[in-house]
Design a protein around this ligand. Structure first.
Ligand SMILES: C=C1C[C@]23C[C@@]1(O)CC[C@H]2[C@@]12CC[C@H](O)[C@@](C)(C(=O)O1)[C@H]2[C@@H]3C(=O)O
Ligand SMILES: O=C(O)CCC(=O)C(=O)O
Ligand SMILES: [Fe+2]
Length: 845
């Protein structure tokens, strides 16, 4: 694309690189290389190597900048020629080979040798080399980008991402921040279309990274318990200057890494003669403690073994010629893959880039961190501490991702960023696990499409396809809600006004009282915060949880639900969910007592364990209640009620009897079963065989026995662990249990007994159950929307017709509740309120 002819492109064309010495004749690679001035006065210029995306049209693909760390290491020597570029140096530097996992498959790929003094990048002002620090690097990289886009204006509108590894864990967010700040000055000429950044095994925060390094060495059997104990005793990593005691204790770790490759602890140690490599001897035993300290802190990442071929290759005359590396007019010195001079003179002044993460996450940039889990230098443990320190609510729990049906690593999605591990990869993920690396970068780049979490066409699985994020609450329910009729399991989007209400009514009626709502508009943060708090609650020691029980019926419950004969084992919290009394309403506002009583019984130890459950419950309840009201109004409309808000008004009073239930189903596979038995002192009948999903009873199983919900409407949200089943007629009209696939981003909405009665059976209170057979816990939160206790429940006139005569006698919710508590969970209790057909006809008359 860059060579397609317009006048503007001539400049770019001057940088076009034909076939490099030793490059295979095919496949063709569209590449450019050259210098971009960053400071005319000082004579500073940075060198780049650019590959157009292989996929056509490249113009549509994002532009990805890659930076290596060190400081002092070359993105051309490492990133391009050893890791993720399409051409890698092989055969002692004699040739290039095509890398089928090159990241330019999906992105236009820009490698930058930064800062000056690295690789071919140079300065004519020698003092620059001693003034290098993170700010300097970011400023020069920014100037580079502005000028590079002038040379390649055809990429200005492409989505732009910044990536890198190791010490680039500092460079990448800092450059992103600078771009973000400079973009505020909306000058079209310098605006950079930055969308996000991704970093691999990144140096992020000195404290967490050092703590992680020590813990990793101990937990991976690199050092003894005694050494680790000593490190814990003498090292305070919060202090950026390590004491001599700490230095010598840490020294023991580093000395072990003379034998074990710190960058990939399970890989064979590289035995190549390092003499040709500049940073060959990263000895940790320097006599000057300050220098020693500097070395350890700064030596951030590269073993010359990986890249000595690159030194052989890029020092060849014909290569430098073809590469436009001689264009500066001055003969470049020896090209080094890493410059010790830069490493030693670099001014390390920033201890943590986490504040930049917080800022840019808030600004809406896409932020990902990945980590090869076999790296001992910037280990996954430290990165986990860093990410946790950001305090972001979890969106999707720790789970596996896959390549060719094998676990390729783990991932956890937070609201604001994603962390991915790469199983068995070391510090240089794209080198160690090329296929996984490519899949990972594709997932990152495609995350914008919502359906990003699947592989790009190569029939490999990334992770479960997810639904688009809920859109803002301000849009109408018609636009937001997608109602899925569980029976057909197809998506139906409401296409015209009124369609949604009909659809909701159909789903709750003919299609059996149940649907899945996506794009529901409940903001993710309160839900995520509630989930974290409840997970923390269930993780408390049993005795502590018991203090909120036994359930009466509110509070904490553990072991079998219901009476003998009812089935299902779980632990749960049942809380009142009255709408908060309006602050503006005159008169005294009495706090809802049932909720307060649970609060009093739980507050002390929740406080002790810093579990602020009740602070997050209210916000969540408000949001779900609003959704419940919207759905009830749609139902009112769909059923053609005169007062379309009749149902929602029943649940909005401060005396509404609504509940919030949080169920925790322990893992039910053998390995975890005993824990749970112990926790609840259950006389367990748990079978460890998987459910056949058929008509078997769930007796003694971890789960929740068959029942219908007694209230008006239930809104259920659960984690990604399956288990919920609904009883629906199959194609032959026989009833069968249908497994409802887990979807943490959706609400499962079902009609309760009261709504069935109010609509004279037009809407159906679906029978459902949970059979949990997974090795991971299922966590579900259900909002049961109910009216005040005294509410009279009577089929509404609009729902009674000659063909559907009155079916239920009037009753109050209090009356219904009393009956229900005297009955088993599985009882079809609404039948007790049925009237016989003769009376029904009279009732209609
Ligand atoms: C065995 C019982 C538990 C239950 C009250 C009941 O007597 C029968 C209905 C059960 C149920 C099912 C849906 C909700 O989870 C619940 C809170 C409700 O309103 O009815 C529970 C009741 C409970 O756990 O208290
Ligand atoms: O926990 C679940 O997924 C469903 C539980 C349920 O049906 C209930 O609590 O009423
Ligand atoms: Fe239920």
């Amino acid at each position: 694309m860059a060579g397609s002819g317009s006048g503007k492109q001539q400049e770019a064309d001057r940088d076009r690189v034909g076939r490099l010495p030793g490059q295979p004749a095919s496949p063709g690679v569209s590449q450019f290389a050259g210098y971009v001035a960053v400071n005319e006065q000082h004579g500073r210029a940075l060198f780049y190597w650019f590959f157009e995306a292989q996929a056509t049209p490249s113009s549509k693909k994002p532009l990805l900048l890659w930076l290596n760390g060190g400081p002092g290491c070359s993105s051309i020597g490492y990133g391009a020629a050893s890791e993720l570029g399409p051409l890698r140096v092989v055969r002692q530097g004699a040739a290039l080979e095509f890398n089928q996992y090159g990241w330019n498959k999906e992105a236009n790929l820009l490698f930058l040798e930064s800062p000056v003094g690295v690789g071919f990048s140079y300065t004519n002002t020698s003092s620059d080399l001693t003034n290098l620090n993170d700010d300097f690097v970011a400023e020069d990289a920014y100037s580079f980008l502005v000028n590079w886009f002038k040379r390649f204006p055809m990429y200005k509108d492409n989505e732009f991402y910044i990536s890198g590894e190791s010490y680039a864990g500092h460079y990448v967010p800092q450059l992103a921040d600078l771009v973000y700040e400079r973009n505020k000055d909306k000058k079209a000429s310098t605006y950079i279309n930055l969308k996000g950044f991704i970093v691999g095994n990144p140096i992020t925060n000195d404290y967490y990274d050092s703590k992680g390094l020590a813990e990793y060495a101990w937990s991976h059997a690199v050092v003894s318990d005694q050494v680790y104990e000593r490190i814990k005793r003498v090292c305070n990593f919060k202090n950026s200057n390590w004491t001599e005691d700490c230095n010598s204790a840490m020294n023991i770790i580093f000395s072990q890494y003379h034998e074990i490759d710190i960058y990939n602890i399970y890989a064979p140690k590289c035995l190549l003669d390092h003499t040709s490599a500049s940073s060959a001897d990263h000895t940790f035993f320097a006599s000057d403690p300050e220098q020693f300290r500097t070395r350890i802190r700064m030596f951030s990442g590269y073993d010359p073994c990986y890249s000595s071929y690159a030194e052989d290759y890029f020092n060849k005359d014909d290569v430098q010629e073809a590469f436009h590396a001689k264009a500066s007019g001055q003969p470049p010195g020896k090209w080094q893959v890493c410059s010790d001079q830069i490493l030693n003179s670099y001014n390390f002044s920033v201890l943590s880039v986490l504040p930049i993460y917080s800022k840019l996450i808030k600004a809406g940039l896409r932020v990902w961190l990945y980590s090869g889990d076999a790296d001992g230098r910037v280990p996954v443990i430290g990165s986990r501490y860093c990410v946790e320190a950001l305090g972001l609510p979890i969106k999707t729990d720790w789970q596996s991702w896959y390549l060719d049906k094998q676990v390729a690593g783990r991932l956890v999605e937070y609201h604001g960023m994603t962390m991915v591990t790469v199983r068995g990869a070391g510090h240089l993920v794209p080198l160690n696990k090329p296929a996984q690396g490519l899949l990972l970068i594709n997932a990152f780049l495609r995350a914008r499409h919502g359906g990003a979490f699947h592989d790009a066409g190569e029939a490999r699985r990334w992770w479960p396809r997810r639904r688009p994020r809920p859109t803002a609450r301000s849009s109408s329910a018609e636009e937001r809600l997608v109602v899925e009729d569980a029976y057909r399991r197809g998506h139906v989007r409401a296409a015209w006004p009124g369609a949604l209400s009909r659809q909701v009514a159909r789903a709750c009626g003919e299609q059996h009282g149940f649907f899945r709502a996506v794009g529901h508009g409940v903001p993710p943060a309160p839900a995520a915060m509630l989930d974290s708090a409840t997970a923390a609650f269930f993780a408390l020691p049993p005795a502590e949880k018991q203090r909120a029980g036994p359930p009466s019926p509110l509070g904490y419950g553990c072991r079998s639900i219901g009476f003998n004969g009812d089935v299902g084992e779980l632990e749960y919290l049942l809380l009142h969910a009255n709408p908060a009394p309006s602050r503006t309403r005159p008169g005294p506002s009495t706090p809802p007592t049932p909720r307060a009583s649970v609060y009093l019984r739980t507050s002390y130890y929740m406080y002790t364990y810093s579990i602020n459950l009740f602070a997050v419950v209210n916000e969540y309840i408000e949001a779900v209640r609003q959704l419940a009201c919207e759905i009830l109004d749609l139902l009112g409309e769909g059923l053609g009620l005169k007062d379309t808000r009749y149902f929602s008004k029943l649940i909005t009073g401060t005396d509404s009897d609504s509940l919030l239930r949080i169920n925790h189903y322990p893992p039910s596979c053998t390995i975890h079963k005993l824990d749970h038995d112990d926790q609840c002192k259950m006389k367990s009948l748990v079978s460890t065989k998987a459910s056949n999903g058929g008509n078997q009873t769930a007796a003694g199983r971890v789960g929740f026995g068959e029942h219908s919900d007694p209230q008006i409407l239930s809104l259920l949200r659960a984690n990604d662990v399956d288990g919920l089943q609904v009883l629906l007629p199959d194609r032959d009209g026989k009833e069968a249990w249908l497994q409802v696939p887990a979807d943490p981003s959706a609400f499962f909405v079902n009609v309760g007994d009261l709504l069935q009665a109010l609509t004279n059976g037009r809407l159906i209170s679906v029978r459902h159950r949970v059979i949990a057979t997974a090795c991971r816990p299922r966590l579900s939160t259900i909002y049961f929307a109910a009216p005040p206790l005294h509410t009279r429940i009577c089929p509404l006139a609009e729902t009674i017709t000659t063909s559907n005569p009155r079916k239920y006698r009037p009753f109050t919710w209090a009356e219904y509740k009393t009956t229900m508590y005297s009955l088993r969970l599985s009882h079809s209790r609404l039948d007790l309120f049925k009237i016989d057909e003769d009376n029904a006809r009279e009732g209609k008359a």
